[in-house]
Ligand binder design. Structure first.
Ligand code: 5AD
Ligand code: SF4
Length: 435
């Protein structure tokens, strides 16, 4: 008698390129696949499906996505039943060309269609796995494995961006701002904590422009922090990335008063030349940015500032760049993500000459990184001899409330809060011993 075919759970490998939002999207898109019986695969080799969440914020990011898709051709050819899904910002911007260039991709889902993903993936899988229908349906949604949450979990509270910074592709690939209802956010926070999260990172392109109706009233970002702070078992609350324009007294007082909200503000500056900022359409001046930083520092003692900077924006002169360096020396962010300007087709600035040469961009980036390395070193070294609270994310690795990386010898369980006596620092990481 024939043996029934072995029912082997299918496996999904996810690859998120780019920002935290891309990672959070990949996680969100894994859920409908998990409910259809896919469990996690650590590598492409053992995977029946691969989901790539792509980024297009700079050309380099899109190039990486394209080359990754190209490199998966043999993976797909080895078993045509395998499913390759490409999602996210590059899929939104260049979906047609991805379909044409890589006909073996089964499903291309742009960033604006993420809400429709469960439906799109159902259609794609039904077409592909017709022969496996019975097997697939033996995995009811409720039979899906409940994934443990990472110690630090992402929670998307809004999508899209209503700004139109002249260099930025995000508004065109993600659309206008859409806010999730408060109740959904609080429920997801509770679920993540129940699944093991100790820290939640709220995500949104301009996370602090959040607003929504709740209990008959308006809830702004500060109010949301206060509501989230009530989540039982939640030890730390972070958010990324706020826009300087919406940093206000309500937000800062909530940061100061909420026990879980961490003493860290990642506040993208981009440039400190008033002229360049205007061309960037950032909607603040360097002086206004400085006021926000000062207000944050006086409201939240010990708060650490970090930032994003773009060098080589069209027309940026040596004097403009010098103003940025001088401003950073005054503001003293503890670290910065620094980028060379990359013209993105369809943005306003892409129609202007990209007139700062590659060499000059590289030179400015190098000088900026050297300044930031000094500031980071000073911020890290100031911890030596002190004891800090670290949330362990992996054995021997975690982060302080202010967002500094920390490493130590000895075994600690992920999720454990440890007191670390800081003994030294590397370029980006505190070193210590458990106190
Ligand atoms: N070129 C270079 N950097 C960019 N960023 C966004 N768009 C571009 C671009 N076209 C940077 C900004 C932003 C970060 C997420 O990426 O600094 O804050
Ligand atoms: Fe892009 Fe500006 Fe929106 Fe940030 S605020 S996502 S830089 S348009």
């Amino acid at each position: 008698m024939d043996q029934p075919a072995e029912i082997r759970p299918m496996k999904l490998h996810t690859i998120a390129l780019g920002c935290q939002m891309s990672e959070a999207d990949a996680e969100e898109m894994s859920a409908p696949l998990a409910s259809r019986g896919f469990s996690r695969a650590e590598s492409p080799d053992e995977a029946d499906a691969i989901l790539i969440s792509t980024c297009t914020v700079r050309q380099h990011a899109e190039d990486r996505a394209i080359s990754l898709i190209g490199s998966l051709k043999p993976w797909k050819a080895a078993d045509p039943n395998r499913v390759l899904i490409v999602s996210g910002c590059a899929a939104e911007r260049a979906g047609d060309s991805i379909r044409r260039k890589f006909p073996y991709v089964d499903l291309v889902v742009g960033a604006k269609s993420i809400a429709r993903f469960p439906e799109l993936v159902r259609e794609a899988l039904d077409a592909r796995f017709d022969a496996l229908r019975e097997q697939r349906e033996s995995f009811a949604p409720e039979a899906a494995p409940t994934e443990a949450s990472p110690v630090s979990a992402y929670l998307t509270i809004m999508r899209g961006c209503n700004y139109s910074c002249s260099y930025c592709i995000v508004p065109s690939v993600r659309g206008r701002e859409l806010y999730r209802p408060v109740e959904d956010i609080l429920n997801e926070a509770r679920a993540k904590v129940a699944a093991g999260a100790k820290e939640i990172m709220l995500l949104g392109q301009t996370v602090n422009s959040y607003e929504s109706e709740h209990d008959g009233g308006k809830v702004g970002f500060g109010d949301l922090l206060r509501l989230m702070d009530q989540t039982p078992g939640l030890e730390r609350l972070r958010f990324m990335s706020p826009h300087p324009y919406y940093v206000d007294e309500r937000m800062l007082s909530a940061m100061a008063e909420c026990r879980a909200v961490c003493e860290h503000l990642h506040l993208p500056l981009q440039s400190a030349s008033a002229r360049v900022l205007k061309l960037m359409r950032r909607n603040y001046t360097p002086a206004a940015y400085l006021d926000k930083v000062r207000a944050a520092r006086s409201a939240v003692p010990g708060i650490v500032i970090s930032t994003d900077i773009i060098v080589g924006f069209p027309t940026e002169t040596e004097d403009d760049f010098q103003e940025t360096l001088d401003f950073l020396k005054e503001v003293r962010p503890a670290w910065a993500y620094c980028f060379k300007y990359s013209p993105r087709e369809g943005t306003r600035s892409a129609s202007w000459p990209d007139d700062v040469s590659r060499e000059v961009k590289e030179d400015r980036l190098g000088r900026l990184n050297r300044l930031m390395d000094e500031l980071t070193s000073k911020a890290l070294n100031a911890h030596i001899g002190r004891t800090v609270e670290v949330l362990c994310e992996e054995p021997g690795f975690g982060r302080t409330r202010q967002g500094f990386n920390a490493k130590w010898a000895g075994v600690t369980r992920p999720g454990e809060a440890v007191s670390l006596a800081v003994t030294g620092a590397t370029k980006r990481t505190l070193l210590g011993e458990i106190a």
